[in-house]
Design a protein around this ligand. Structure first.
Ligand SMILES: *Cc1c(COP(=O)(O)O)cnc(C)c1O
Length: 378
């Protein structure tokens, strides 16, 4: 008799796994390219290398890795508390902010209950919803961004969670403070609102919503942030959520006791203190966005203006352009899985990387001239 593996429930079997950006080494193997000549602009990572202080903190902590980490993240929460003016008990640390998104669904979503998110919003919202047997309600986008009125109207008695990405990945869309707070105020208090601010640090100060202050007013608001993007620590997996004491209590019940590792904790503390690194990362990003916009406009390729560290370009036959870029050693991100088959998402790189992308794109377009006719400049 042939042994059979156990069968998972339907809601698990129907999940399409998250597709990450291709690692450089995979492409090098598949296309027989030298990894050193490949550039990756596919996962919205910080292109300028980590903060020296974060690296030094990891080196200093390495001798202690036989010990479990501090499961309560005392020192990191204390530092966040000082910086953000928040009670440390209102902070929950995560193994990346993805962990916080998962914890929210674990704590608040029963099978058959609904979570709402926007069309073209971050892929982890439907994934986390489905993993709990929840019902995902995707609300059509407006101008590639969140349609807050339609999202409010989609809330029913079955709704437990609403996810908002601000700015959103992959579209780069952004909602200003006033309509966002009006939305939060209009959502019934029994519905948890997860406000995902993974790209918050890339916003100009004047564009940043006072979201942490809102947590004091709306006990159903959970704001998530990450060290993976502007703080440059994607490999370490560390992020956090800020929320009411009641919501924090629930998340702490379902999280793993040691969900954030010790090296991630010390590096995050060092990165938080390195304000110069974050400022420079933002400046570099602003310059990179301008460079990419100008290059795309020059090639008559339409794009979505972005508030984050990536740009969506309307290239037409995206899978062909993607393959052509890959063959030239430039990894970007296809977004057909987001319902955007004519687009590619390009993470902002160093100036020379952005330039190489633009040159490779010109080459790719020249090999597929019909694309020029489809795309228009913004
Ligand atoms: C990158 C990203 C995250 C965070 O990822 P972590 O590395 O798990 O912190 C969360 N939300 C959005 C919209 C993102 O793009």
């Amino acid at each position: 008799m042939v042994a059979r593996a156990p069968v998972a429930p339907d809601h698990v079997r129907s999940i399409s796994p998250y597709v990450p950006g291709k690692p450089i080494d995979d492409i090098a193997r598949e296309l027989h390219l030298d990894p050193k000549t490949i550039i990756k602009l596919a996962s919205n990572e910080n292109p300028r290398g980590p903060s020296k202080h974060a690296v030094a903190a990891i080196a200093a902590a390495a001798a202690e890795i036989t010990r479990y980490p501090d499961g309560n993240g005392f020192a990191l929460k204390a530092q966040l508390s000082r910086k953000l003016g928040i009670d440390p008990a209102q902070i929950v640390l995560g193994n990346g902010s993805n962990d916080i998104l998962e914890l929210a669904t674990q704590a608040f979503l029963r099978p058959g209950e609904a979570a709402i998110y926007a069309q073209h919003a971050f892929a982890v919202y439907p994934l986390a919803t489905q993993a709990r047997g929840g019902v995902g309600i995707e609300v059509p986008a407006r101008d590639y961004g969140h349609d807050l009125d339609a999202m409010r109207a989609a809330v029913t008695r079955d709704t437990r969670i609403v996810f908002i990405a601000n700015p959103n990945n992959p579209t780069g869309s952004w909602i200003s403070a006033q309509p966002l707070e009006a939305f939060i105020a209009a959502v019934p208090p029994q519905v948890l609102i997860v406000l995902d601010e993974a790209y918050y640090e890339y916003l100009r100060r004047s564009d940043r919503a006072p979201s942490l202050a809102w947590v004091g007013r709306y006990p159903n608001l959970l704001v998530t942030r990450t060290f993976s993007k502007a703080y440059g620590l994607a490999a370490l997996r560390v992020g956090y959520g800020v929320m009411s004491l009641e919501v924090a209590d629930m998340l702490n019940r379902v999280r793993q006791p040691f969900n954030v590792n010790a090296l991630a904790q010390v590096a995050a503390i060092a990165a938080l203190a390195d304000t110069e690194y974050v400022e420079q990362s933002r400046d570099l990003n602003d310059a990179g966005l301008t460079q990419i916009y100008q290059g795309l406009a020059h090639l008559h390729i339409a794009y979505l203006p972005s508030r984050a560290n990536f740009v969506m370009a309307h290239v037409g036959d995206a899978s062909r352009i993607y393959q052509s870029l890959l063959a030239q050693g430039v990894i970007v991100r296809p977004v057909a899985n987001y319902g955007l088959p004519d687009w590619l998402r390009i993470s902002v790189g160093l100036p020379e990387e952005n330039e190489r992308f633009l040159e490779a794109l010109e080459t790719a377009l020249a090999a597929a001239p019909s694309v020029h006719l489809v795309a228009r400049a913004c």
